[in-house]
Design a protein around this ligand. Structure first.
Ligand code: CAA
Length: 384
């Protein structure tokens, strides 16, 4: 039985910072950001778009009434959770009017979380083929003003409906993974910002990719892969990982993988790092920009979550997969975002929800965004 991604979509907040504006404000050569980091813009989440609201907005776009009735599992993967106890998936269930007979939970392991969720969803549907599973990756990447990581921030969510006989990508059981207790990137419970040993995190990412790829190549020949996708905290990171293969694999294979890599980073270069959704944003970007892929093409996906877990897994494109994508809606979502000034971005960045139990009404978004955080009161969040 085939099980995999039946539908996929992303949501990102409706305002962004252009990285040339950030470069000017930080007195940095813009080419450092555009070429050295490989990013162009980053979406900025105001208080109304926390990870619950973004998750609901991403999933709303793909779920029919029938899907909502047939779901048996809903997982939100995030490292920007809004509660230490209650799962974001429960708010999402309510906002999307999903049937009550589901398992709903939240998963965390940095940027690897959504991959763990996808594997769980795959196994769940294998066991219960008459039911579907919803996996949502939702995150806000925050490193702080004037930090080295500032240019690699972003915000957004990716929603994936997992079913039997999927229309987009059938997932294989074959996977190669590795875990290691490492201090490359973390965020203590009391901190709004992530802490990173930036250069070490890049080294560890590359080290894990190399070690995992070495194991995988004994079972999967590179010429069988139509594309190799990466977790993209910033596009240069994926480019560096792909480059490690340049002298190891035939030139024709490298050229094919590089050409498809270029298509896979187009959305991420505008959205920024969305942590655990970034790999899946790369998948959407590839499928919605590349018109040379064909049914039955095999795609490899490299997932990396700091701390650290890495996994390489595979999927096969399904006939007529293009009909189940949303390229026009995604391009409009990006085009209609408002460009912020650096001052506006800094103000938004510094705004925080009250933590003293008082009532705070959140200014609703001026856009047509369907779901948003409406208020906090007595330490509880209320959504529209
Ligand atoms: N023109 C072109 N390129 C330029 C340039 C210019 N004028 N000026 C500098 N550059 C290049 C540099 O040569 C460098 O290129 P290489 O990486 O190829 O050597 C690049 O721009 C970055 O410049 P720096 O070496 O000065 O690095 P930095 O101090 O700006 O820090 C960073 C970069 C470490 C990525 C930092 O942004 C950071 O800490 N980011 C957060 C951590 C992170 O994303 N790590 C990724 C792996 S961990 C992960 O993947 C999980 C996750 O999502 C967090």
């Amino acid at each position: 039985m085939k099980v995999g991604i039946d539908k996929i979509s992303f949501y990102t907040p409706q305002q962004y910072l252009d990285l040339t504006d950030l470069a000017a404000a930080r007195n940095v050569d813009p080419n450092k950001y555009l070429i050295g980091i490989g990013q162009q813009q980053m979406s900025v989440a105001a208080l109304d778009q926390d990870i619950v609201a973004m998750a609901a907005n991403a999933a709303e776009a793909i779920l029919t009434l029938e899907d909502r009735q047939n779901l048996g599992l809903v997982i939100v993967a995030t490292e920007s959770g809004v509660d230490q106890s209650k799962a974001a998936a429960l708010f999402v269930q309510d906002l999307l009017q999903i049937n009550p007979n589901i398992r709903a939970l939240e998963i965390k392991e940095a940027c690897y979380g959504a991959t763990a969720a996808l594997q769980l969803a795959h196994d769940f549907v294998q066991l219960h083929p008459q039911q579907k599973a919803l996996v949502i990756a939702s995150d806000i990447a925050r490193y702080g003003l004037n930090t080295a990581g500032e240019v690699t921030q972003g915000a957004g969510a990716v929603a994936m409906l997992v079913s039997e006989q999927p229309h987009i990508l059938a997932l294989e059981s074959l996977a190669f993974y590795q875990s290691k207790n490492a201090g490359d990137f973390w965020r203590p419970n009391y901190s709004q910002q992530a802490l990173a040993r930036g250069k070490y995190s890049e080294e560890l990412y590359l080290q894990m990719f190399t070690q995992i790829y070495q194991r995988a190549q004994q079972k999967v020949a590179i010429d069988q892969l139509a594309a190799l996708l990466f977790h993209i905290p910033f596009s240069k990171m994926g480019r560096k990982a792909l480059k490690t293969l340049q002298d190891q694999i035939p030139e024709a294979d490298y050229k094919r993988l590089l050409a498809r890599f270029e298509q896979s980073i187009l959305y991420g270069q505008k959205v920024g790092n969305i942590y655990t959704g970034s790999l899946y944003l790369s998948l959407i970007s590839l499928l919605e920009h590349d018109n040379s892929l064909q049914a039955h093409d095999r795609i490899a996906l490299f997932s990396y979550g700091s701390g650290a877990v890495g996994e390489l897994f595979f999927g096969q494109l399904q006939p007529n997969y293009q009909a189940y994508l949303r390229p026009q809606a995604h391009q409009e979502l990006l085009q209609q975002r408002r460009r912020l000034t650096v001052d506006e971005y800094e103000n938004i960045f510094q705004r925080q929800l009250v933590t003293d139990g008082s009532c705070q009404e959140i200014v609703p978004p001026t856009t047509t965004t369907k779901h948003y955080l409406k208020k906090v009161d007595q330490h509880e969040r209320f959504y529209q």
